[in-house]
Design a protein around this ligand. Structure first.
Ligand SMILES: Cc1cc2nc3c(=O)[nH]c(=O)nc-3n(C[C@H](O)[C@H](O)[C@H](O)COP(=O)(O)OP(=O)(O)OC[C@H]3O[C@@H](n4cnc5c(N)ncnc54)[C@H](O)[C@@H]3O)c2cc1C
Length: 468
């Protein structure tokens, strides 16, 4: 196969390495074949890794755990020098909890997260549109967890290091460019200062490097920035009194103005308080969003005014905003589904493969389902037993996940389960005497059921017997 050099244009001149990168220690049952072949004469080169995972976010770390459990060796390369518990709240739907439970992580999740019991939609006047039980309360065999994203990431990181050794996750390693020569992929990493750290060879590469994936950009150089929805999100958490039953996720408003919140801390709940995660969302006139950066802090004054009157008898929205110290702005954006994720020995996973609107609580959950599919595809196709060419395994993984996630990306653009709020707004902008005068029960039920089916978490899908 012809050698392909995938490098970032601005870094194309860097050819020397300052340090060699050691692969993770072998703790699994499958030994890696050693090779010192290099495509970069100046760089010290390590033995060939079985699998390099690019990105230590939720998708990358769960993939590492799933591969390890399947007896496949891998190393995670993460760009930030130290992984810190960043982000705010995130939901894990029962199908992803099923995967994490099989990896032995349910007790750790339950110790920090809230077991969500209901999802409830209101109009902008605070009137109830639709409420449905969630997780165990809805008859699932697994709970739905509302959790702090950073705590989830730290919990996964601890599990990876405990099971696979400290060197299984190498931080301060940003993938800068890579070369697939057909036999293996040479990966060139830089440190946070942009200095080349070293070169690693891997039989297979899984790019879990998020919505701004450098790997995706190499293969799709004309794709441009993520596709902006015209809506900005402001997110934060604050401590407060529990609302409703203390285990409910609420959404209020409509497509152009929405407020979402849910409690995320088991520890505070046990003390009779709540760590409340909230998201305020507004449509904005401009069409050039700031770059997606989960750490961009802003002042509440830029969005608080439209929510000033949202004081319901069950929730005080401006009160929550005012009680919050750190507020982060994030443009709601996604990318069009791709016609393929795999190029030779390299494939995409999680947000690099299928970034989607944070609607329906699916971003993290889908990356976890990807991880499970990846491990089973590689095992079934004999990756670790054979010549360590991932082509067959990656093809099977893609067949399981690409079209399924593409449908969710498009479904979320159409509003996902949140569309009940938009329908209520359009049919009854001033409110209603009874919701079923506006939206018949059967229509509400159908919207909810359709989305669960689309995103793969109908009760039947989740409660199917575990394969022996
Ligand atoms: C800091 C942060 C905070 C977030 N907070 C929230 C939140 O509060 N709520 C929410 O719903 N979603 C949040 N997300 C997004 C959410 O985690 C993802 O949508 C979902 O979990 C899918 O995860 P992922 O692993 O595919 O991508 P991500 O979670 O984005 O992880 C990608 C990882 O790859 C690393 N990376 C990127 N480029 C390179 C490179 N060149 N070389 C090596 N490593 C690289 C990144 O540092 C990151 O750790 C956040 C993401 C990040 C990175």
């Amino acid at each position: 196969m012809a050698q392909q050099d995938h490098r970032k244009p601005q870094a194309a001149a860097a050819t020397t390495a300052s340090a060699s990168v050691a692969p993770a220690e072998s703790t699994g049952p499958v030994a890696s074949t050693a090779s010192t072949a290099s495509t970069d004469a100046a760089a010290p080169v390590s033995p060939v890794l079985d699998i390099a995972i690019i990105g230590g976010g939720i998708g990358g770390l769960v993939t590492a755990l799933a591969l390890h459990a399947a007896g496949i060796r891998c190393t995670v390369f993460e760009s930030v020098p130290v992984l810190r518990p960043l982000g705010v709240g995130i939901n894990l739907l029962p199908h992803s909890v099923r995967v994490l439970a099989a990896l032995g992580l349910q007790p750790q999740l339950a110790a920090t997260a809230i077991e969500t019991a209901a999802l409830t939609f209101y109009n902008r006047h605070g009137q109830l549109i639709w409420s449905e039980p969630r997780g165990i309360a809805a008859g699932y065999a697994y709970p739905q967890f509302s959790i702090h994203r950073g705590e989830l990431q730290m919990l996964l990181l601890a599990a990876v290091r405990e099971r696979m050794g400290e060197a299984a996750v190498l931080t301060g390693h940003a993938l800068e460019r890579f070369v697939d020569d057909g036999d293996a992929v040479s990966l060139h990493f830089v440190d946070p200062q942009g200095t080349l750290r070293g070169t690693v060879r891997a039989h297979a590469v899984i790019a879990a490097d998020g919505i701004h994936s450098v790997v995706r950009r190499h293969f799709h150089p004309d794709e441009g920035p993520p596709r902006f929805s015209g809506r900005l999100l402001w997110r934060g958490t604050c401590e407060g009194a529990p609302f409703l039953d203390g285990r409910t996720m609420i959404q209020a408003g409509h497509d152009d103005q929405k407020f979402v919140c849910y409690p995320i801390s088991r520890q505070l709940a046990d003390a009779g308080r709540a760590r409340i995660n909230w998201i305020a969302e507004l449509s904005v006139a401009h069409d050039t969003p700031p770059r997606q950066d989960w750490s961009r802090r802003v002042d509440a004054s830029i969005f608080r005014e439209p929510f000033a009157g949202w004081r319901f008898d069950w929730l005080d929205v401006p009160g929550l905003i005012d009680a919050t110290d750190a507020i982060y702005e994030y443009p709601m954006a996604d990318r069009d589904p791709l016609a393929g994720w795999t190029h030779g020995r390299i494939t995409l996973l999680g947000d690099s493969a299928h970034p989607m609107y944070p609607i329906g609580s699916n971003g993290a959950s889908q990356s976890i389902l990807d991880a499970e599919a990846m491990a089973s595809a590689l095992v079934e196709t004999g990756f670790a037993r054979g010549d360590r060419h991932p082509a067959e395994g990656f093809a099977r993984y893609e067949a399981m996940r690409r079209e399924a996630t593409g449908r969710i990306v498009l479904g979320n653009r159409a509003g996902g389960p949140d569309q009940v709020m938009q329908i209520a707004e359009e049919r009854a902008p001033s409110g209603f005497a009874h919701i079923h005068d506006v939206i018949p029960l059967a229509e509400l039920e159908a919207i909810s059921a359709r989305y669960k089916q689309l995103a793969g978490f109908s009760r039947e899908q989740v409660n199917r017997p575990v394969a022996p």
